[in-house]
Design a protein around this ligand. Sequence first.
Ligand code: HEC
Length: 168
Amino acid sequence: MRNPGLTFAVVAIAAAALAACNKSATQPASGGTAAAPSASTGSLLSDDEAKKALAALPAPYNTADLSNGESKFALCSTCHTVVEGGPNMTGPNLHGVFGRKAGSKADFKYSDVLKATGWTWDPQHVDTWITDPKVAAPGTKMTFAGLKDPKDRTDVIAWLMVQTGYKP
Ligand code: HEC
């Protein structure tokens, strides 16, 4: 004879596990109000602040689609945080990256090839970089296939400029 009680329990546990999974998967990765500010790390700009910062960017970034940029950054956020004081993960925290020399964040262990590029990060260099990192700097530790659509790159770079404190 089967045990309907046990079957129910197994189903209930599976459903609970699934619900827990869904919860974390649907939690917004960013979006102003979502990131709880803490003592050591900053938070993302709110939508209004981001719109204002966007308008101040140089063309063509000032007319980019921030929400597409934010959703494309999901491809990067497995390895990178952007808020001030955010942790390094597989890749370095990117706050303040614009204007910084490539491979120069003191607490991150970069590849020698990235350090040897001599680049200073500006939107154009980031565009070339994320088109295909292994072509831009053969031997890099950034194992990212590349973002082939130019509009997606412009949008994600604009989002990055806004959220990492780009200064013209
Ligand atoms: C699989 C992990 C991974 C993904 C995904 C990834 N990166 Fe990286 N990223 C790295 C690593 C590792 C480095 C350091 C590379 C090196 O030292 O050669 C890096 C370096 C960088 C740098 C240079 C930082 C510095 O301080 O010089 C930028 C800018 C950057 N990534 C942007 C991006 C963007 C934008 C995306 C998404 C479009 C992205 N990355 C996706 C791992 C990743």
